[in-house]
Design a protein around this ligand. Structure first.
Ligand SMILES: CC/C=C\C=C\CC(=O)SCCNC(=O)CCNC(=O)[C@H](O)C(C)(C)COP(=O)(O)OP(=O)(O)OC[C@H]1O[C@@H](n2cnc3c(N)ncnc32)[C@H](O)[C@@H]1OP(=O)(O)O
Length: 719
């Protein structure tokens, strides 16, 4: 796990050998400890270089080992030994030096980095803090403000930034290891005392209290209820106010309070869930590792509304040429200006040149005949989309893949009108498409493995987190979210206010509660969908009373708001009132209170005080319950896929892990009990009825989430 070589007769080269990222597993820690002892004890050795195999220094501690208490060799002791040693030790950083990997580099006397390397202390993103001296050494090296920023955000920095901040001593475009060897031989004669970071005097700014207070407020605002960033601040404060050894003790105590916390477990689950979701499998046996995606160079985007523009930008900024099609000159010109503006702003932010030459705008569908793929992003109207897909069949060359950006319509119905149903699938982007990370790739029953592989690979190229899902109304995300918003509406009927429901959800960790979010997105979006599905408007069965549809409970309150022109932020009022149309500061609206009171009187509903616990349970357990149905219906393959969709597409708080992980943390037995209780109280809400899979898992003793897949396997897959 660590290789030892004697180079040029007097230099020990220690190479970490734990692919793919040379994580500091217990075996690697043992390996380095042994090799360092050998090098420091060998009189022939005058200097030491530490590097990583496969041009990757080290990705930090082995996160998989965090599932159990840490055993084996201590990194803290190893790093103290390296730093205190009388021979210069040089870290040769290629690829990444992250977490424990960067702490290892901080314990060395010099750091040489390749110009493409990235460095950082991302522990906070895993619910932890850098507990191998990172919170004590980094502020001594680069100052408290810069260290606080890096440690509380977990941001990685480039080698160039690292050099500017003083995190590394040199950067090179050549092989960093070779460079470090030459450097080491020169360093032999130099004194080491000023190179031991733990002994350096802390550069303390005069307004220390104000600085820590400001950072604490910033962190609390950005990550409400999240423990790790606050613990990081306390650890850096210890570095600022205590001697090194006492600071280390504080660092270790704070780490102990985080290590087994539910937040740390959730955040580490998210790390692996994201990687698990990328490894898609289809029932045919086709999977990410055995199907070659097509190489995409030319794409067409049909429709230059909000979604189409974002998709065009996402494609062009990764070097794909885009033909954007609109039906009217005015719409085309507006779209063109918006896309160019977005690309230019994006390029300026990234310090690159906007690739405007990749864009072509046209009113003629004929112009897309030679593209590799088409992404349709027209209005959410099935007959319009079918017409377009028929036309695309005629216009496009036979090898062109066709994707729809529908947010919930039947992908197979669209495939069915084309001459190439196996080359049609869904690519459901989230708005704004050039910003939001999630891409649901919808696999229709006839979509070929290559069509799916190409969408997944293209999404990845665009920087998206891609999840392959099956074809059903709303797919995974929107199918589930309906149950959540329905509960929120029912809770209003029963006595809650929008601000109470939102308050509970925001306290739970959502950046925005359901009603604020609906005001931001526009209430008309859901209204149009409800009208199309016959839940409101002229197609409603006249025998249905306003609060029942198709035999189930229905809340007409959102429709009532739309009928009054309350479409959300854009009209200056929705569930809240805003200072002006387009305003963003939500204030409770007495008119909404009146509307709710009138509604309750009309339907003889006795309002009651509803606890935050009930608000959370009703909204979130029903969400997980639908997630279990999604799994049993074979629309998602594994709970990780659902959680990734919710983390990246719906703002589910990461420190709660996603709806399925959250249900698992609460305890499946408890979720089942509460759902039974609520379903008993509301028998006309089928979504509250516990799903078969939830019951099955509870009956099997509530296995850990990673094992649920074994209980789903026998069910029918739509993927
Ligand atoms: C007393 C306690 C003392 C010390 C405590 C130290 C705390 C830490 O060090 S916590 C770990 C901090 N490090 C990180 O957070 C880095 C996490 N990894 C990454 O950010 C990325 O993986 C990457 C290193 C930047 C590489 O990215 P990429 O090239 O895109 O590859 P991936 O697909 O992400 O990863 C490949 C493969 O490696 C697995 N992996 C990555 N890092 C770790 C790790 N630190 N521990 C265990 N496994 C790791 C990752 O899951 C992938 O595995 P698959 O099986 O292929 O999914």
């Amino acid at each position: 796990m660590a290789r030892y070589e004697l180079v040029k007769g007097s230099l020990a080269l220690i190479t970490l050998t734990n692919p793919p990222v040379n994580a500091l597993s217990s075996a690697v820690r043992y390996g380095i400890t042994e090799k360092i002892k050998r090098a420091l004890g060998d009189p022939k050795v005058k200097a030491v270089v530490i590097c990583g195999e496969n041009e990757r220094f080290c990705g930090g501690a082995d996160i998989r080992e965090f599932a159990a208490p840490m055993r084996g060799h201590s990194l803290v002791m190893l790093f103290d030994d390296i730093e205190a040693g009388e021979k210069p030790v040089i870290a040769a950083i290629e690829g990444v030096a992250l977490g424990g990997g960067f702490e290892l580099a901080l314990a060395c006397h010099y750091r040489i980095a390749h110009s493409k390397a990235r460095l950082g202390l991302p522990e906070v993103t895993l619910g932890l803090l850098p507990a191998a001296g990172g919170t004590q050494r980094l502020p001594r090296l680069i100052g408290i403000p810069a260290a606080l920023e890096l440690i509380t955000t977990g941001h990685h920095v480039s080698a160039q930034e690292a050099l500017k901040l003083g995190m590394v001593d040199q950067i090179t475009d050549e092989n960093a290891c070779k460079m470090a060897v030459e450097f080491a031989l020169r360093a032999v004669a130099k004194p080491l005392s000023s190179r031991r970071i733990s002994t350096l005097t802390m550069p303390c700014p005069p307004n220390l209290d104000a600085l820590f207070e400001a950072v604490t407020m910033q962190v609390q605002k950005k990550a409400r209820g999240v423990m790790a960033p606050l613990a990081c601040i306390q650890a850096v404060r210890a570095a600022a106010t205590l001697p090194y050894s006492k600071g280390m003790k504080r660092e270790s105590e704070l780490m102990a309070s985080l290590f087994s916390s539910s937040q740390a477990r959730a955040l580490q689950y998210c790390f692996f869930a994201q990687r698990t979701a990328g490894k898609w499998t289809l029932p045919s046996g086709a999977q990410w590792s055995n199907i070659k995606p097509r190489d995409i160079r030319r794409a067409a985007v049909i429709g230059l509304g909000t979604m189409g523009r974002g998709i065009a930008v996402s494609l062009a900024r990764v070097g794909i040429s885009v033909i954007a099609v609109e039906t009217e000159k005015k719409l085309l010109e507006t779209g063109r200006q918006m896309v160019i503006g977005m690309l230019e702003r994006d390029a300026k932010r990234r310090g690159v040149t906007a690739s405007l030459y990749l864009l072509q705008f046209t009113l003629s569908l004929q112009d897309v005949k030679d593209v590799d793929i088409v992404i349709e992003a027209v209005f959410e109207d099935m007959s319009l989309k079918k017409r377009l897909f028929r036309d695309l069949s005629k216009v496009c060359r036979p090898s062109t893949l066709l994707y729809t950006n529908t947010s919930g319509l039947d992908v197979d119905a669209l495939a069915g009108v084309t001459d190439r149903p196996h080359m049609v699938a869904g690519m459901h982007f989230f708005s704004p498409a050039h910003v939001m990370k999630l891409l649901e790739v919808i696999c229709g029953p006839r979509s070929s493995s290559e069509t799916i592989a190409t969408a997944m690979s293209l999404g990845k190229r665009m920087g998206k987190v891609c999840v392959a899902v099956g074809n059903c109304p709303g797919f995974v995300g929107n199918r589930m979210v309906k149950t959540y918003t329905d509960q929120a509406n029912f809770l209003l009927e029963e006595g809650a206010t929008p601000e109470q429901v939102d308050g509970a959800l925001e306290e739970f960790g959502f950046a925005m509660g359901v009603f604020r979010m609906s005001d931001l997105a526009g209430l008309d979006v859901g209204w149009r969908i409800r009208k199309e599905s016959g839940l409101t408007g002229p197609d409603v069965d006249p025998k249905d009373p306003p609060h029942r549809r198709q035999g189930h409970r229905y809340s007409p309150i959102p429709d009532m708001l739309c009928e009054q022109g309350r479409m959300g932020q854009k009209t200056g009022c929705g569930w809240y009132v805003y200072e002006k149309p387009g305003g963003t500061e939500a204030k409770p609206d007495p008119l909404i209170q009146k509307l709710l009171e009138g509604y309750r009187v009309r339907y003889s509903i006795q309002p009651r005080k509803i606890s935050s616990q009930e608000l959370i349970e009703r909204c979130l357990y029903v969400l997980a319950n639908e997630g279990f149905r999604v799994l049993e219906d074979g629309i998602a393959v594994q709970p990780e896929d659902i959680d990734v969709i919710y983390l990246f597409g719906y703002g589910f708080p990461r420190h709660r892990g996603g709806p399925m992980f959250y249900a698992n943390m609460v305890g499946l037995g408890r979720v089942l009990d509460r759902l039974e209780h609520y379903h008993h109280a509301h028998p006309d809400v089928p979504h509250l009825k516990p799903s078969q899979l939830l019951k099955k898992l509870v009956a099997c003793g509530s296995p850990p989430i990673q094992k649920w897949k074994e209980h789903i396997k026998t069910m029918h897959s739509h993927l």
